[in-house]
Write a protein that binds this ligand. Structure first.
Ligand code: GAP
Length: 434
């Protein structure tokens, strides 16, 4: 199983993610995505959007503000109950989340037992103030989930999109939580990205749709190449359910520290729409033409973490193998997720190879994300591309000058094909499965 350390090292060395504010000692709360990480993260979000929004006629997207009225969070219940139990060790004064302590009575910081304070409810929302004066009247929160931005726009979307029940509204964006113990690299951070969809349906059909979305979401991970042995669906026990949910499952990944959550899928009932209707005074019901009555829809919510899922795809794709007595590191990412779809590599730095190879790269980059690399030996360049997950390498050599062809090397099999330069793009598309 790939260790956390291996992935952290790969990420820093190759440029997937760096600790935020690293030159000032780093913030454990947040990470900056480098040139490769930003492509991988974007590909994960695009694949989610494609399957949840673009490929469906019954789901539309929105992009709501991070800062919303404080009343949103009063209505949703987050101001009152979005808390974790916080304990402090009286010996070393470190603070911990009580429900995540490895041993309930022993401080993981200093090892003493019986030193914890009584737990207190610590609210996870990050706060700031709107405008120049810091008073309670202009207190606002950075959203801890993207979901509420969807509920408060329910009537707007219904009015403009002409959707009929059942339908979904999706959103991808940043969320913020003042986690007591961020950690495990980008797994738990205070600033992160979510991919959430609220599926509005008739209350009588909610259980059926819940099953539908659990299955659809499970298949999404598997279709993008996640190993089935590393993925499981775990139903929540009654004591774990959030304040808004009557039924929840977690989609979990087998990390090096054990099974942990990638996504929660919840039946939120009509809790949120009713809360917002009551607090705002707006009618958030739906007129059902079939029965001629008004109904407050139930909501099934698949809520995934974009940054956390990206991290899991990275771990899942990592493998090492022996090739002719030396170790080869391969990131076997699905081509749809790979940061670069292809790399164009002139065999030498000589201008007669670099110039035509560069023209090929320019031509491909109009339609595919490609890298152009002239440094080091061809063997080392292949190894680098294997390690960052590039599915295909295109080598322009001295024979190319005569036969107008290039060598295409496949990441997973290391098999090589000679391909006419003017057939290169269709060849790549076919072998990438795009
Ligand atoms: N709207 C429901 C909701 O937010 P959640 O289970 O609290 O549900 C959904 O969050 C997903 O967001 C989680 O499954 C996880 O992938 C991601 N997530 C939550 N907190 C996170 C954190 N501190 N760092 C990274 N990802 C986080």
């Amino acid at each position: 199983m790939t260790s956390l350390e291996t992935i952290v090292n790969l990420s820093r060395r190759r440029g997937f993610a760096f600790p935020s504010s690293e030159i000032y000692g780093g913030l454990r709360s947040a990470y900056d995505y480098g040139p490769l990480g930003v492509e991988l993260l974007r590909n994960v979000k695009n694949e989610w959007w494609r399957s949840m929004v673009s490929a469906r006629r019954d789901v539309v997207g929105i992009d709501s503000a991070v800062i919303q009225s404080r009343r949103v969070w009063q209505a949703s219940g987050h101001e009152a109950v979005f808390t974790d139990p916080l304990v402090e060790c009286r010996g070393c004064h470190q603070r911990f989340r009580q429900d995540r302590l490895p041993k309930p009575d022993q401080c993981p910081g200093c090892g003493r037992s019986g030193t914890f304070t009584e737990p207190r409810h610590f609210n996870l929302m990050l706060r700031t103030h709107m405008g120049p004066v810091e008073t309670d009247d202009n207190l606002v929160y950075l959203r801890p989930e993207t979901a509420q931005g969807i509920f408060i726009n329910f009537a707007n979307v219904l009015r403009v999109s002409r959707q009929k029940l059942p339908f979904g509204v999706a959103q991808v964006g940043k969320s913020f939580r003042n986690e007591i113990t961020p950690g495990q690299f980008v797994f738990r951070t205070r600033e992160f990205e979510q991919m959430e969809m609220e599926w509005f349906c008739l209350p009588s059909e909610a259980s059926e749709w819940f099953e539908y979305w659990v299955d659809a979401r499970r298949r999404w991970y598997l279709d993008l190449g996640m190993h089935p042995d590393n993925l499981r669906i775990r139903p929540h026990g009654a004591d774990e359910l959030s304040h808004y949910s009557v039924e929840t499952v977690d989609v979990e990944y087998r990390f090096s520290w054990g099974w942990d959550e990638l996504e929660g899928i919840a039946n939120r009932t009509d809790f949120d729409l009713r809360q917002h209707a009551e607090h705002s005074g707006e009618d958030l019901s739906y007129f059902d033409p079939a029965t001629g009555t008004r109904v407050v829809p139930y909501v099934i919510e698949p809520a995934a973490g974009a940054t956390r899922t990206t991290f899991a795809f990275l771990i899942d794709a990592y493998r090492t193998e022996q090739v002719r007595g030396s170790e080869r590191v391969v990131l076997g990412l699905d081509p749809r997720l790979a940061p670069y779809k292809a790399a164009v590599l002139p065999l030498s730095r000589k201008p007669e190879l670099v110039e035509p190879a560069s023209r090929i790269a320019d031509d491909l980059s109009r339609r595919l994300t490609v890298e152009f690399d002239v440094t080091q030996s061809i063997g080392r360049r292949y190894r680098r591309q294997d390690e960052i997950g590039t599915p295909l390498c295109v080598t322009y050599d001295f024979d190319s000058l005569d036969d107008q062809s290039v060598t295409v090397r496949h990441r997973d099999t290391m098999h090589q094909d000679r391909v006419a330069a003017d057939r290169l793009y269709p060849y790549l598309v076919e072998h990438l499965g795009l």
